[in-house]
Design a protein. Sequence first.
Length: 331
Amino acid sequence: MKKLGVAIIGCGEVAKVHALAVSNNKNVELKVLCDIKKQKAKHMQKQFGGKIYRNYKKILRENDIDIIHICTPHYLHAQMAMDSLQAEKHVIVEKPVSLSMQDAVKILDLSKKVRKFAIPILQHRYDENLNFVLSNLNKLGKINTIKVDLLCNRNKIYYSGWRGKKIQAGGGVLINQGIHYIDLLLLIGGKIENFSSKIENYQKISEVDDTVNISIRFKKKILGSFNATSNSIHNFDHHFEIHGSNGSCYFNDKTAEIEFKEKNKLRKIEFKEPTKKNKSEKDYYGTGHENQINDVINSIIKDTKPKITIEDALPSLSFILDCYKKNENTK
């Protein structure tokens, strides 16, 4: 079978994660690395090979490119995704897929029109501990509350470029780091009945938010809360708590613990992710990128639907944009 050709646009830190997943899959070949800063592409080329382009539109004319990975700054995602789909390429795009719902819907519609995948990276949906939690949620009985805490540390250097500009990043800790955990919160809680949000920029080292507090009432009569800050002593730490009428669950990206009643006795079951060697990934990326990228490649080859499509990214993006809008309206 002929290998599928892959191009990666944007050669920053997360692009290395994509390249590693591609290099480990025997059904694809990395053919092009693209970045306006040629030195970044050259650095990746030493490890992964491929031609180097500075202009991504040149990739669109390449007949041997089947899949384009978009790993660029947030504000470039939507247009690059639409251009790639117009060129009839499959697209895998880092979060967020766009900075507006209008563009997200355009990407969805175009994907259907050209019959090519538009895949948002939601790698934590592929975490083994999440599968463990979801398969055991019924042990908790009627879920009453879900609580998510996210602590990270991002300094002035981190925000010195596009990440510190609201028009280019779309926001700070909520849309940048928090989007993955909002996605999981909505996956477990379901549709939202109402919410309130408080979004602040306490450090004043950029234009974007660094602290968030959100309270949610889900239609399933579950109360949810999401607290996040990038002004913490912890580089990256997050955890979920789910409490129900028959038990409780505590988990992060590597471990999970579920306590529940069974025949009038308290039981505990635990999960710990096996140690995996993946030197290109920052610890907080998790190990789900490769699983998700492999899923997409297999779906293209077998002409089946992957586990995650762009429709799955819309609820969390819409909710986050609503939080920002509501916060602006209350100031």
